[in-house]
Design a protein. Structure first.
Length: 256
């Protein structure tokens, strides 16, 4: 598919249990233009990175009682109050296996979660689960990277639902990414195999990044930056900074 003419949507990120299990952050729409995606991360999910990186916040989340079960309980509460927001569970695969995959799928769908991002969940493992996931309307959102070959890319696109998560570059989240000709060629290669909206993450940190992605992809994942704001000022502060970022990038109006 071609990029949507609708304004770029912004996906934010919260680690369950950080800064506390009771209040991991404020969940709200940044504008009136429709619900934005939001990732709720099981604290057993971890990326590396610089600054106060997400891994450190995940460890704090675990120390505060964060878990798959706590994530689902919070998702149930928050999704009921924000029906126009798409909530996505992000985790590594091992804690989901320990919970029980089929039980997890059913409990996540019942809690209002609409998608799963599991970075180490290989497409060969996802495919047998697709009938149940489709029945539950719980979307596996698979990931691709610049080094994903065309044959595998096509297979991943066929198994993914709702979105395809595009890692903008190799490495870890939190570093700067160049939105150059090489990146545009990467997107064109993905579009040859994929009819899904694209969500780009890894290095989306400021309004300039959002402007560079607007019109090229459908969703920008502002995750490490959100966690930095949350760490320095709390959930309400992080939410307000996301809104300011979207205003600066002309994605929403100041009056929204």
């Amino acid at each position: 598919m071609m990029p949507s003419e609708a304004p770029l949507q912004v996906m934010s990120h919260a680690v369950i249990g950080f800064p506390s299990l009771e209040k991991p952050g404020r969940y709200r729409r940044p504008g009136r233009g429709g619900g934005q995606p939001h990732r709720a991360a099981d604290p057993l999910h971890r990326f590396g990175g610089r600054r106060p990186h997400p891994g450190q916040r995940c460890y704090q989340g675990l120390a505060n009682g964060g878990s798959v079960r706590a994530t689902l309980a919070l998702a149930r509460e928050v999704s009921a109050g924000h029906p126009q927001t798409t909530f996505i569970l992000m985790s590594y695969l091992n804690p989901l296996y320990q919970y029980g995959l089929e039980v997890l799928f059913r409990d996540a769908a019942d809690a209002g979660i609409k998608g799963l991002i599991v970075p180490d969940w290989q497409v060969e493992q996802v495919e047998p689960c697709l009938p149940l996931l489709d029945e539950l309307e719980l979307a596996p959102i698979l990931m691709v990277a610049p080094n994903t070959g065309d044959v595998r890319l096509k297979r991943i696109c066929q198994a993914s639902r709702r979105l395809l998560y595009v890692a903008a570059r190799p490495g870890v989240t939190g570093h700067q990414t160049l939105w150059n000709q090489e990146f545009d060629q990467y997107l064109r290669r993905i579009r040859q195999h994929c009819t899904l909206p694209l969500a780009v993450g890894f290095g989306v940190r400021n309004a300039e990044d959002l402007r560079a992605l607007n019109g090229k992809v459908e969703v920008a994942a502002v995750c490490s930056r959100y966690i930095e704001w949350q760490a320095s000022g709390g959930g309400d502060y992080a939410a307000s900074r996301i809104r300011e970022l979207m205003i600066e990038a002309n994605l929403i109006s100041p009056s929204s």
